[in-house]
Design a protein around this ligand. Structure first.
Ligand SMILES: C[S@@+](CC[C@H](N)C(=O)[O-])C[C@H]1O[C@@H](n2cnc3c(N)ncnc32)[C@H](O)[C@@H]1O
Length: 202
């Protein structure tokens, strides 16, 4: 589904964020053909080592496999005509916009209102314009920087107000695996339409 949204053509130069097994990179390599290129990046060195071995063993040694934070893109291999993000980011990092050619496509899973959607953007007139979205699900992106989901301790006092304390920024993957607190989606369900802007805002 995401590859359909990406609309890969022979000769495209593709960046994949989240190398994982290398399987999707191999699929993309088939689509871009010998004139194109595939660069895949993962933050975990064990994963990139495994992906490198798997791609070499299956005949995709032309695929570039990089270890690093995909939020920074891959400036050494840019620009790209296509970028596909196979992990859930917090936001759209500027590097993805900067490393995408005019007319290029970015496909990325975004979360809002408790749902994840794979959104296809086209780089037009200097901006990313959304052209399609499909329901999907992805693990959240790992990063060590300041970006991330803001979590608060939420004490509801009525269906429409509450008290937020101890604001912090923590990567969601740690939050979801260790914390007994309810996920933000549960607090947000207290609000029928728009979150209030007074003390009850999350
Ligand atoms: C769903 S898997 C990707 C699947 C992969 N495309 C495949 O074909 O197997 C998500 C991957 O994103 C990686 N990841 C998480 N945070 C990242 C980050 N900041 N930069 C790059 N990769 C990241 C994880 O290590 C994981 O391997």
């Amino acid at each position: 589904m995401m590859l359909g949204q990406l609309d890969v053509r022979p000769g495209d130069h593709v960046l994949e964020i989240g190398a994982g097994t290398g399987y999707n990179a191999a699929l993309v390599a088939e689509l871009v053909g010998p004139q194109g290129s595939v660069t895949t990046i993962d933050i975990d060195p064990e994963i990139t080592a495994h992906a490198r071995r798997a791609l070499d063993a299956s005949g995709y040694s032309r695929t570039h496999v990089i270890t690093g934070d995909g939020a920074l893109g891959a400036p050494g291999h840019a620009p790209f005509t296509r970028i596909i993000v196979t992990v859930g980011p917090w936001d759209l990092p500027p590097a993805w916009h900067d490393q995408l050619t005019p007319g290029g496509r970015l496909v990325v899973p975004l979360h809002w209102r408790g749902q994840a959607r794979s959104v296809a953007f086209v780089h037009e007139d200097g901006i990313l314009r959304a052209s399609d979205s499909q329901l999907c699900g992805f693990i959240p992106m790992i990063n060590e920087g300041q970006d991330g989901e803001r979590t608060v301790r939420w004490t509801p006092t009525s269906p429409f107000t509450g008290t937020a304390t101890s604001p912090s920024i923590r990567p969601r993957y740690r939050e979801s695996s260790r914390s007994p607190e309810p996920p933000c989606g549960q607090a947000q369900r207290l609000f029928p339409t728009n979150p209030p802007t007074a003390s009850g805002s999350v």
